[in-house]
Design a protein around this ligand. Sequence first.
Ligand SMILES: Nc1ncnc2c1ncn2[C@@H]1O[C@H](COP(=O)(O)OP(=O)(O)OP(=O)(O)O)[C@@H](O)[C@H]1O
Ligand SMILES: [Mg+2]
Length: 206
Amino acid sequence: MHSVSGDELTPQQQWLDERRRNVLARFDERIPALYRKPIDLPQAAADWADSIDDAPASLFLTGNIGVGKTHTAWHTARRWLDRQHRDSRPGSPSIQTWRSTQLFDALRPEGDDPRAVTKAAQSCGLLYLDDLAAARVSPSGWTQERLYEIFDERYTSQLPVLITCDVLPAKLADVVGDRVASRLAEMCRGGIHLMRGADRRLAGAA
Ligand SMILES: Nc1ncnc2c1ncn2[C@@H]1O[C@H](COP(=O)(O)OP(=O)(O)OP(=O)(O)O)[C@@H](O)[C@H]1O
Ligand SMILES: [Mg+2]
């Protein structure tokens, strides 16, 4: 009988490894060119991406303008995807990535398929929302209602979110509404990471 030892991979492991590489290659194409350069992740972000829990907490990256939140989030999401695919569990965890302003545009009734956008954002393995506080508050509360539909479903199903935002969750209620802010506080408990430093864009211009 053929035995597997040392570094030799079984056919199933080879197949899983190839699938993981393909998934990561496709994800790399989704990363905007500006953010493709690999970076060292803050320990908290790397630890979060590496943890495989049945009820994973979410990660909230905050900090001043230009400190590197979006760049960090893209590579944290990539690491999360890599880790999920290294664990040979059934299923293919997927990531939805949205700038929050674009998400709200796509959710508008006149958008291409707002129900499908909502469903995908509710059910994907990880929802990465960039610059959450940039979402405009609509006077009718429409934006907050759409966000609530998404967050309530993810909260109930214990699915993680990865958020970048220059406002702390406790101060987000004005933007996202009380009900979303409340859920976010619980989902991100222990997972709020403050990135410190200067605006990297200004540093480059010096
Ligand atoms: N760890 C890093 N090493 C080198 N360059 C970085 C790093 N993080 C971010 N950058 C670069 O710094 C610039 C600003 O980063 P980024 O857009 O992620 O900031 P941000 O915190 O999301 O800003 P904003 O609050 O305006 O959205 C970009 O050019 C980005 O590629
Ligand atoms: Mg940003």
